[in-house]
Every structure is written in structure tokens, then in C-alpha cells.
Ligand binder design. Sequence first.
Ligand code: G1P
Ligand code: ZN
Length: 547
Amino acid sequence: MAATVQQISLSSPFADQKPGTSGLRKSSKQFETPHYLESFIESSLRVLPGVAGGTLVVGGDGRYGNRRAIGVIARMAAAHGVARLITTTGGILSTPAASHLIRQNGAIGGVILSASHNPGGPEGDFGVKINGANGGPTPESITDAIFAVTQTLDGYRILEGTPELALDQPGSQQLGAMTVEVVDGVEAYVALMQKLFDFDAIGDLLRGDFPIAFDAMHAVTGPYATRILEGLLGAPAGTVRNGTPLEDFGGGHPDPNLTYAHELAELLLGSDAYRFGAACDGDGDRNMILGQRCFVNPSDSLAVLTANATLAPGYADGLAGVARSMPTSAAADVVAKDLGLPCYETPTGWKFFGNLLDAGRITLCGEESFGTGSNHIREKDGLWAVLFWLNILARRREPVAQIMAEHWNRFGRHYYSRHDYEAIASEAAHGLYKRVKEMQPALVGQAFAGRTIATADDFAYTDPVDGSLTSGQGLRLLLDDGSRVVLRLSGTGTQGATLRVYLESYVPPSGNLAQDPQAALGDLINAIDALAEIKARTGMDRPTVIT
Ligand code: G1P
Ligand code: ZN
């Protein structure tokens, strides 16, 4: 049968499912219902500028549904007049590598197939993220427009009668009038890392007495880490653990934190076998950094990278500025102030950094949720952060724990923790949140954990580049001694609601810098539970995840 464009009629499967800030993320089962994926792709292709005649990048983290989705997207892209579609061998493409491919090829954007750190497989989650020409998540104006189209959609266009895409080898093939280029998804990314970091110095470190462990969590970074760490940098075979991407991530939850990457955490924190450890999430944009008997919290990691940036060749000329999301601790702010750099506090989500990066106002940015990145792409980048740390370690030749101790001695320490209450009943979560929001005006001046509440608000942000206002970003209680507690409802969970409680307390260099964070934050933890009635209202006596 010759390839022909078919017009399929339907009534929109998107009753009222507004895509979240990170695109559309739902159960694999939902994505398998007829026309579901197609309807979202149709809406996206109608909205993205430059589709006809443009170049589109497509790939994903290898989870269940990845290959099928690439086939569908390719046939729909062809039907919409895309001239060139770039995908990768096996369809494996990390989010940061996708961002780079979009930028490098002057693409109109990309479709990234991932539900990030959510479990995969037939019983897990699937997701579609639409990125724009700058390589980053599309701005709200585009996601809103896509949503509007989904509401009235009555059909989609797809090319039928084509052979299955050959994804096993790099090469070129035709799909109707569209050229499909299958490229090695690792190569261009590796070349970019080689420009930013001192591979000779890191190689010297790793070939010496410096055993490291990297956990790819059976997700997308396996092939990238193996080629870079074991291939180019000479780390021994076996350095990369769980390095083969699996459709269900081996049944795991590919989220690099102390709960879900606990095997790696135990190796580093409970033994002296390794000097450095790291893990990345499902789609490769998050990172967790560990030293020998030392956990580096992501807020501190951003601060250390900022303070030591000039040790890496790609940042040797210094930084334009730094940004962190509101819930991230102010550790980077203190360093930025010391270095005389502008520092921005943005809402949660990478797209807010994208505007600042595009405008050249910042070079580094990060979130407390294990996301760190720079102006090299427009997504957070897990392996980039790992290589940045290795570059610093290669130059400083000190243990991670000593680098942290010296950092706190110089800048003071932000004790920090995030407590997540996952999969709680939606009404309970929203009820708790609404109650605290309503209480806020009366809280100012009240005692809280032995301090006084100086400000109580719902965080709002005016973008300094385009002037847009984003409100309702999290309930903040700012205390008179600079400590704070923030409550937020997750925008990425797929089961019930997730309440996040962020706790932060600053101790200057002269104070006690060697406490356990949970102990140092104990009074704030108790006080927010009493105020927000967290245990009573969620029915949980402890958080699901403590970071
Ligand atoms: C979470 C993180 C946030 C990150 C997002 C996408 O969102 O907290 O920092 O940008 O995932 O990776 P949340 O579930 O808190 O809305
Ligand atoms: Zn991710």
C-alpha cells in the first residue's frame, strides 16, 4: 500500500486534562487507549511554530511505549509536513541530549518521551514533553494553546501504509516526503561535555586511586555514562551500575534520592569502598551527588558549583549570574553575593530558568529536586553535574566531605530538608493547603519554633525578561532569623496529591556546622506539623520521602 495521509475523526479524549508544567504525564494504560497519544501530538503539531518544512527531534528514556510512540509521532509529523525528523538508535535519548540536538540542528523543537523519574512499564507511567526551538520546555503560552486545541479536537492527520521505522542503526530513511535521520544519541552530547570539562584531569583522577560508583537506575543515562566514564575517562568496567535501559527500569523508581537510590546511598554512606558516587533519573536530567560518607544536598551542590565554577574550562571566564527555584535553599545566594553575581529566585520548573539563560542573565541554575544545569542547554542535566563535580575533585584533590566542610566554614551552612507526603487523598491535600493559605495573613508576628513569623505569603514571580507574572507558587513562612518553611502541592504526581514541605535554617560560619539536618530542623518540623495539622489531615505519621 502506498503511503497516504489519513484524516482520523474522533471526539477529544481530553475531557479536562490540563497538561502539567512538564507536558502530559499519565499512566501507560491511559496512553494505550485509542487516539490518546495521537490527540496530544496533533494538538502540539497544530500549535508549534514552523512545523511545515521544519526539523523535529524525537526520542525518549526507553520506557515501555517509547518505540511505539516514536513510530506514531514520525507518521504524524510526516502528515503535517515536517521536512526532517531526527531520532536516535533504539529511540534512546536523554532529556539533556535532546535539548542539545534541538539547538545544534536548528530544529523547531522536540518531543521527549518520558515521565521523568516516575516508574515505567505497562503498570507505570508514560509522558510526552514538548520542547521549543531554544531546546527547553515550551513556555506557558504554548502549553495553554495546546490545551485549548485538545478541548475541541475532532480528528488528526497521520501517514498510513508506511513500513516500520528502522531504529537499530544510524542512517537515513524516507517516510513519505519526510526524511528520518537516525543518529547515535550519545555522540553529540559527549562532544559537548568534552568542550566544557577537563577530560584529561578527570581521567587522571579516575585512573588513579579514586574508585567511583555511578547508578544509571536502568534508565537512559546508562549508555551515556558508560561511554564517558568507562570509555573516555578510563574508569574500571563496572563503575556504571544498572547501565542497561529497561522498559520498566527493572521495576524500580528511577529517582536519584536517598530513598529510591538507597543501594548506592548505602555504599557511599555506609562503607569506604568509594570516594564519589552519583545517580541520575529516568530521563537523565536529575542528579544525586555523594562522597565517601557524605551526602551533598542539591541546594548545596549548586552553591559549590557556583563557588568553584572557574575550575572547569567551560566556565573559566566566570559566571553571568545564578538562579535557583524558590523552594531551593539560599546557599547559592550567599555565594553569588560574595562573588558579586546577580542571583534570581524563580518558581519551580525549568522553563523559568530558560528565559534567564536565553537573555544571558545567568550561567548556572538549579532546583532542590536534584536538578542542576547551565547555559550549555535549556534543560537540567544530570551527567553534566556529575562531570562538573569530578572536574572540581580532579582539580582540588580533596574528599567531597572536606570540600563541603570548607564551603560551610566560608559561607555558613543552610540546613535543609524536603519532606514529601505522596499519594494522599486529593481533598485532604487541598483542604490542608487552603486552610494554611487562609490562615496566612493572621500568622505574621506570631511565634513559630521559637522565632517569629516575619512574612507569610503565596510566592509570585514577575519574569524580569518578559514581564509575565506567575502566582500561586507555594505558601511561604519566612521567620525573623532567616529560616523558613514552605508548603507546595506537586504538579508532577500522577496518583492523588503530593504535599511537599520544605524546611530551611541558616547557621553562619561561627555556628554549629556539623549537625544532622533532621535534628537541626527538628523544631521547624514539629512547628509546621502543629500549624498545618499534616499528620492528622494526611493520615500519615511520617513523610514518604525525606531528602
Ligand atoms: C518536581 C520538582 C521540580 C521539577 C519538576 C520536574 O515538580 O519538585 O523541582 O522542576 O519535578 O522535574 P513537583 O512535583 O514538585 O511539582
Ligand atoms: Zn527527569
